[in-house]
Design a protein around this ligand. Sequence first.
Ligand code: CA
Length: 224
Amino acid sequence: MRVLIVEDNIEIARQIQAVLLEHSYVVDLAQDGREGKFLGESEPYDAVILDLGLPQLDGLSVLRQWRQDGHTMPVLILTARDAWTDKVDGLNAGADDYLVKPFVMAELLARINALVRRTQGRASATIVVGDMQLDTVTQSVSLAGSPVRLTAMEYGLLAYLAHHAGRPVSKTELTEHLYDQDFDRDSNTLEVLVARLRKKLGDDKIETLRGQGYRLVLPIPNVA
Ligand code: CA
């Protein structure tokens, strides 16, 4: 899952980035409204954390412009304490959630997890696909009840496929959601990751669909 942080306070931005990276998110950072607006328009983010007080272009204007142009990614706004009208204006402008500064990183992470989950139509933090279970809070995976050890990148790939289980996900889409903007997109890292996942989960979980990408296979329901 790929998240955009638009925050001019570099210390806060780095803290948020560190927490998200620890939890297998991929993060892009913009330090002013203009750059943030541009990135939000051009890259497919799974969530955006948008500070409202920004140089060049304020956060509310950025958000309004995105929504006006049809960009529907979930946006969590960061507002200053004592500026309660910001929350109202932000929600009215199309924000999905807000946090008041200063906030606790654990709460921010929980809210981002929940936003991503809700956007994908999922109420529970656990994803079950056949005998495989992903806990998106602890980022742990089990197969038929036994824990499977995955690297952060392996987990990130599996989680993205699991969020979209049953449908083909193209390599382009995976690359866009699993790597930040500085990533060398011509590399074969994706193939290597899929191969490693197959080794750990068994060959039958992830299908390669010629010309379409990969699909996490849904179990065939038993017909009585
Ligand atoms: Ca600010």
